[in-house]
Write a protein that binds this ligand. Structure first.
Ligand code: SAM
Length: 286
């Protein structure tokens, strides 16, 4: 008689998890299944494939089952594993803080490029820092930069502080709880990924987004409420010859350019595309 199939192996449990997620319509079910399994086993996705016969303990199976049910409810994977990679840095993330997005890496690249062209101990403000993703990426790439990471959310700032400590950047990045640029000390560079989802976009947004804080996503009726305020405050904060980088939704780029030119008629304003070829960052050079 043939031996009964072993249901406890990595291979079998991966197939089960993938089928459960695909069955409720989760996109990339196979990838999520691998990430959750690797997380439960404190292993890597590569090792799952090189050791498909490894057996899970009962506790590991239960843990995987719980995570799979939460993923099936559309809880974003980074909230289940507690981490997300951004610009090559593995950051802690938790509900209450935005999960950093790959498109925001464009703003990091533009910030690093500007700092490279303007060497010296530059002062940078990361406005709406969330997990600290942008501040940490810039600080690691530009050792002379001193960064103030601002956010209005105490929960976000707790995660930012944790990440700043994780990367031993406490001496170079300070956090400030503040409303936009109110009371900010002068800066040479401001990078801002503020909430920019409009009321219309909120209606059709995927279920996953409901787990992320509204404070990090909602930008009022047209999505530009906070960015508009920041643009009005920025002239009092930005040093002459400074730079302001604003991430936006591609549909907002033209309007933002007009707003920026209204605030700074003689500034050089340009729009930059993300890897998907969509207008993503407005750069204002004073
Ligand atoms: C889109 S998230 C960006 C987070 C992070 N910079 C990133 O790219 O992953 C926007 C952040 O702005 C913060 N925020 C919202 N309103 C704010 C305000 N009035 N002043 C300062 N920060 C604010 C939110 O708490 C949130 O952390």
């Amino acid at each position: 008689m043939a031996p009964a199939p072993d249901h406890n192996t990595v291979k079998a449990q991966l197939a089960k998890t993938r089928a459960a997620l695909a069955g409720v319509g989760v996109s990339y079910a196979w990838l999520d299944a691998e990430i959750l399994m690797a997380h439960v086993l404190h292993s890597s996705r590569e090792r799952l494939h090189s050791h498909p016969e490894r057996r899970l303990t009962a506790a590991q199976q239960q843990r995987l089952g719980r995570l799979t049910r939460r993923r099936a409810d559309r809880v974003p994977v980074p909230y289940l594993t507690g981490e997300r990679e951004f610009y090559g840095n593995l950051l802690a993330v938790r509900p209450g803080v935005l999960i950093p997005r790959p498109e925001t890496e464009l703003m990091v690249e533009l910030a690093i490029a500007w700092l490279g062209e303007h060497p010296g101990p530059r002062r940078v403000i990361d406005l709406g820092t969330g997990s600290g993703a942008v501040a940490i990426a810039v600080a690691k790439a530009v050792p002379q930069a001193r960064i103030v990471a601002r956010d209005v959310s105490p929960r976000a700032l707790r995660v930012a502080d944790e990440n700043i400590a994780r990367f031993r950047l406490r001496r170079r990045i300070t956090t400030e709880r503040a409303n936009l640029l109110r009371g900010a000390a002068p800066a040479d560079l401001i990078v801002a990924n503020l909430p920019y989802i409009s009321a219309a976009q909120r209606k059709g947004r995927p279920r996953e987004l409901s787990y992320e804080p509204a404070l990090a996503l909602d930008g009022g009726d047209d999505g530009l409420a906070l960015i508009r305020q920041a643009l009005r405050q920025a002239p009092a904060v930005l040093n002459p010859g400074g730079c302001l980088l604003l991430e936006c939704d591609p549909s907002q780029a033209r309007r933002l350019i007009r707003l920026a030119r209204g605030e700074w008629p003689s500034a050089q304003v340009s729009v930059h595309k993300d890897l998907a070829g969509r207008d993503r960052v407005i750069r204002i050079l004073l």
